[in-house]
Design a protein around this ligand. Structure first.
Ligand SMILES: [Mg+2]
Length: 462
């Protein structure tokens, strides 16, 4: 997954070093030599992550960070502070100015890349929610963003089978106004998280009785916990396990012995981000869902689709947008033979199949009577074509009974189109997907056609 990273350091050798390392991982890089340039680039280039040096002349890293985090245009961008200062007090100051993480020079590259991957993954999810929230506001269906709430009253779960360690962590969180629960085994954790909506989970990697990494994986996979920030506690010699935990989806870590102030600051940052995410979700509240969804399938309607696609293409996010125009084959025959109630049931069966086989970032809309549109932000053409082929195959294998004991095979035809923001409008993109879908129908239905592919084949065949 590519991402834009802004590297800020007043020493050119430092930016060059980081740039070389991150470019090799296919990240897009921009660099700034001072805080003012960093602010300007953060505004105009909208990076996915900022690596920020602390010691800089004029505007230092703390102040740059504070300004970025207090501006609505940049507050969602994760910031990793990079510094030669190993002082706990400086780390704390960085976290208090809003930094999401802290790395010390010389930078350990495995650690850096693990943090970058984890922060970029989270930002992608928040970006998608933010675009949807903007769409809702543009339609007058959600209020303006307001200041973030305090973390006091938030609920945390501390998972550790070592009593003293757990008690110390709980006491530190309580001094921040956070309500800390405790679990000492995997079974207890799963029972508690199923019953209580926590805002933070602190997991010790040193548990003697259960495998903490397996538990981290379970927490990431379970519906009730997959969006809850996960903070790992580890011994200094558990670095490999920490990196593994990050790849499993942990959001942050702390090394033992735990510095209370750092724990409180990291807990605060994670909970605030959770609240930000919750509010973005709430922006799309129930009223919005009702106004913009199709009652039969629960998918977005055409009105929402046009806005959402327009916002996506205009948001300047890297990567393109793929659109799948899906049309149910011979649908009129189902309606004519068994009536509209059965027709509706057939549409709903196809819709459920589409819903279960698309990514969490994708949106699906009911476009017309028997037409659906799948919008895949950030997907490349190969992914989109593979996804279309999967959907086509799944519907073909679906069992549908119009009446007891009678089976009726359903199929769909799909047109795939791909566009880059700034190069194509929502209307043009849909039109080209629609044209490809028409070609799929003409070629015999139950097929996937790609917009532009016919022209390319002709040229190659000359
Ligand atoms: Mg410096």
């Amino acid at each position: 997954m590519t991402a834009r990273i802004l590297i800020v350091d007043d020493v050119a050798a430092n930016t060059r070093l980081l740039e070389a390392k991150l470019s090799a991982e296919y990240y897009q890089i921009a660099t700034a030599q001072d805080g003012f340039e960093a602010l300007r680039l953060a505004y105009t280039w909208q990076p996915d992550l900022i690596l920020l040096d602390i010691m800089m002349p004029e505007l230092d890293g703390f102040e740059t960070c504070r300004r970025l985090k207090s501006d609505i245009k940049t507050q969602h961008i994760p910031i990793v502070m990079v510094t030669a200062l190993g002082e706990p007090r400086e780390r704390l100051r960085g976290l208090e100015s809003g930094a999401d993480d802290f790395l010390t020079k010389p930078v350990e590259y495995d650690t850096l890349l693990a943090r970058v991957r984890s922060l970029v993954r989270l930002k992608r999810l928040l970006d998608e929610l933010r675009v949807r929230g903007e769409t809702a506001r543009a339609l007058g269906l959600a209020g303006e963003m307001v200041a973030l709430p305090s973390v006091s009253g938030a609920r945390a779960l501390v998972i550790d089978d070592w009593d003293l360690g757990a008690r110390n962590v709980q006491a530190a969180l309580a001094r921040e106004g956070i309500l800390p629960g405790r679990a000492s085994s995997e079974a207890e954790t799963m029972a508690l998280t199923a019953a209580i909506p926590f805002d933070l989970i602190v997991l010790s990697l040193s548990m003697a009785t259960d495998d903490a990494l397996r538990l981290a994986a379970r927490l990431r996979a379970a519906d009730a916990t997959h969006d809850i920030p996960l903070l790992l506690l580890a011994e200094p010699d558990q670095r490999d396990r920490l990196l593994r935990g990050f790849d499993l989806g942990a959001n942050d870590w702390l090394l033992r012995p735990v510095d209370e102030n750092e724990l409180r600051a990291r807990a605060r940052n994670q909970i605030r981000r959770k609240f930000y995410q919750d509010r973005l979700r709430a922006d799309l509240g129930h009223a919005l869902e009702m106004a913009l969804t199709d009652p039969l399938t629960g998918f977005y309607n055409q009105r929402y689709l046009m806005r959402h696609l327009g916002t996506l293409l205009g948001s300047g996010q890297p990567g393109g947008v793929a659109v799948l125009m899906v049309d149910v084959d011979h649908f009129k025959a189902v309606n004519d033979r068994w009536g509209h109630a059965v027709g509706d049931r057939a549409l709903k069966a196809v819709a459920d199949m589409l819903r279960g086989r698309t990514r969490v970032f994708d949106s699906i809309a009911r476009y017309g009577g028997e037409e659906f549109v799948v919008v895949m932000p950030g997907a490349n053409p190969q992914d989109a074509i593979a996804a279309a082929e999967r959907l086509r195959g799944a519907v073909e294998c679906m069992d549908f009974s119009p009446e007891p004991g009678v089976g009726h095979g359903m199929t769909i035809s799909i047109g795939v189109a791909f566009g880059q923001g700034g190069e194509i409008t929502a209307e043009q993109l849909l039109q080209s997907a629609d044209h490809a879908m028409y070609l799929a129908k003409r070629a015999g239905r139950n097929r996937v056609e790609v917009a532009g592919a016919a022209e390319r084949t002709t040229v190659e065949g000359l």
